[in-house]
Design a protein around this ligand. Structure first.
Ligand code: C2E
Ligand code: MG
Ligand code: MG
Ligand code: MG
Length: 274
């Protein structure tokens, strides 16, 4: 009895595992097709300055509408792409598409900066820095209008290739941000050494504002630390007025979140291109 139960359970997990592996393999193939068939697109989420209440930037976020599964989250397909060469294709797509879009919008008088996310695999790619320089040159987007976001865990990898790429990017005048801050283990010294421009407080800390005094204490100290090394602080994941007011009171510089604006297709955010 126990034996058959055990085997049944084993088979059950086996089926689950097989299904997960199959979904991954299918998604990877589908993602490859999506890149080839131009089925990816970028959504843009406003970043609001808390003193002027103006949208000063947008974050370009990759979107994939799968023919059968509908919207697949980047939290699912980015890690998948990172395990293969696909991430460089996706990264190049995002870079070209979003710089082109922003350059056009700026020419129409919409004075906002662009933020995009980078994977470590891109920083390790020897052709990446010149791809950025080329995208800026071809679109005419000023380097200081582009901010590249790298997650805290990715920045703390201690990779020479990545360090060199980051200095080269700074050399061409591009801005750099540390994303999802608070989820890794970086020190003040590391923050200073990296010479970044912006620090984004991870959503998990912003979520607790207004309900947890711990969250408020953590956000307060992150802001103090970031300002001590002259970084602009952006709060991610602001979902209500209470959080926004608290962030303003705590001296946070900029904010982003569903309360201020959800990620939208460019046409919905700014209208059809002229
Ligand atoms: P991220 O860079 O930290 O982006 C912020 C994520 O939080 C986005 O999720 C955004 O839609 C979501 N968000 C914004 N405001 C709120 C809010 O008020 N509440 C909640 N619950 N969520 C909010 P998304 O678009 O699903 O992207 C997830 C992650 O995938 C990104 O986190 C980023 O790490 C990665 N990603 C997205 N696009 C790209 C890309 O083009 N390249 C790379 N390498 N990674 C990307
Ligand atoms: Mg488009
Ligand atoms: Mg980001
Ligand atoms: Mg983030």
């Amino acid at each position: 009895q126990a034996k058959t139960l055990g085997r049944g359970r084993f088979e059950f997990f086996d089926v689950q595992l097989r299904e997960r592996v199959q979904r991954r393999l299918r998604l990877e193939q589908d993602l490859r097709d999506a890149v080839r068939l131009d089925k990816l697109w970028a959504a843009y989420q406003p970043v609001v300055d808390l003193r002027s209440n103006r949208t000063v930037a947008v974050e370009g976020l990759l979107r994939w509408t799968h023919p059968a599964h509908g919207a697949v989250s980047p939290t699912e397909f980015i890690p998948l792409a990172e395990e293969s060469d696909l991430i460089n294709l996706l990264g190049t797509y995002v870079l070209k598409e979003t710089t082109r879009e922003l350059a056009k919008r700026r020419a129409e008088g919409i004075e906002v900066d662009l933020k995009i996310n980078l994977s470590t695999r891109q920083l390790d790619d020897p052709g990446f820095v010149s791809a950025v320089a080329e995208a800026l040159e071809q679109t005419g987007l000023p380097p200081k209008a582009l901010c590249l976001e790298i997650t805290e865990s990715a920045l703390m990898r201690d990779s020479h290739a990545a360090d060199d790429a980051l200095s080269a990017l700074r050399g061409i005048g591009v801005r750099l941000a540390i994303d999802d801050f608070g989820t890794g283990y970086s020190s003040l010294a590391q923050l200073q050494r990296l010479t970044l421009d912006t620090l984004k407080i991870d959503r998990s800390f912003v979520t607790g504002l207004g309900t947890s005094s711990d969250a408020a204490a953590i956000v307060t100290s992150i802001i103090a630390m970031a300002h001590a090394v002259e970084l602009t602080v952006v709060a991610e994941g602001v979902e209500n007025a209470t959080q926004l007011e608290l962030l303003r009171d705590l001296g946070c510089d900029q904010a982003q979140g569903f309360y201020l604006g959800k990620p939208l297709p460019a046409e919905e955010l700014w209208g059809i291109e002229e």
